[in-house]
Design a protein around this ligand. Structure first.
Ligand code: PEP
Length: 251
């Protein structure tokens, strides 16, 4: 049995005051113990969030980490070793906003995945197609290519301590959600691709769906066979909404 997971990507949002308020509201939520919950604040607020969630079952992750595991001359980057040092457990790798707006290639994503694991962090590897790619019938090809790069470089065993998030780019922040059937089709293809390397590992990997998930559509998405939870952007900034999504994953 795969333990469901709900991850909240706060993106480039928040101030010290609003982060404190959000944590206070999250602490009032009934969060299901059966669901693994993590939040990904802006890097500068990670320590504040870690202090704030002390005593409740919410892990903290970073939205990105550097391509190298150690320390050194890489101005402006944050080493995954530093993220682990302050108490992060997770890191997002290859979010589409970084792939598309900041030009992160499959190769860079694979190096970030590796550096994260070498530092003891668990990566959430984000995959997904653009609207043009979907319209051109290339969804499965694109997602397979993105995953293959990490599989070829890091090996299937690396996925024993990683999570994959399928996030169609056209559904992120747009209010358009993939239908449960569209999402399930891609999730099943991802699991099948993993399964060709190792069936046991493939069965254990959690596959999250991301893209305009809200309390009102979460339960239907999470009811699909290969959807093990969600990566939530906008709705994770509202504690009530996020709490309801977590509860939907626990049902
Ligand atoms: C995301 O940024 O990973 C995301 C899924 O955003 P949203 O839920 O706002 O579409």
């Amino acid at each position: 049995m795969r333990r469901p997971m709900v991850a909240g990507n706060w993106k480039m949002n928040g101030t010290r005051a609003s982060v404190a308020e959000l944590i206070e509201s999250l602490r009032l939520q009934q969060l299901p113990a059966a669901v693994e919950i993590a939040v990904f604040p802006s890097c500068v607020y990670i320590s504040q969030v870690l202090d704030g969630v002390n005593g409740i079952e919410i892990a903290v992750g970073a939205q990105d980490g550097a391509t190298q595991a150690g320390f050194g001359a890489l101005t402006g980057e944050v080493s995954p070793a530093q993220l682990a040092d302050v108490g992060c457990k997770w890191v997002l790798v290859g979010h589409s906003e970084r792939r598309l707006l900041l030009g992160e290639s499959d190769e860079v994503v694979s190096r970030k995945f590796s550096a994260a694991q070498a530092s003891g962090l668990k990566p959430v590897l984000c995959l997904g197609e653009t609207l043009e790619e979907r319209r051109a019938g290339k969804t499965l090809e694109v997602v397979e290519r993105q995953l293959a790069r990490v599989l070829d470089d890091q090996g299937i065993a690396a996925f024993e301590s990683a999570v994959i998030a399928y996030e169609p780019v056209w559904a992120i922040g747009s209010g358009l959600t993939a239908t449960p059937q569209q999402a399930q089709e891609v999730h099943a293809a991802i699991r099948e691709q993993l399964s060709r390397r190792d069936r046991r590992v493939a069965e254990g990997v959690r596959l999250l769906y991301g893209g305009s998930v809200k309390a009102e559509n979460a339960a239907e998405l999470f009811s699909m066979a290969d959807i093990d939870g969600g990566l939530i952007g906008g709705a994770s900034l509202k504690a009530d909404e996020f709490g309801a999504i977590c509860r939907a994953a626990g049902n």
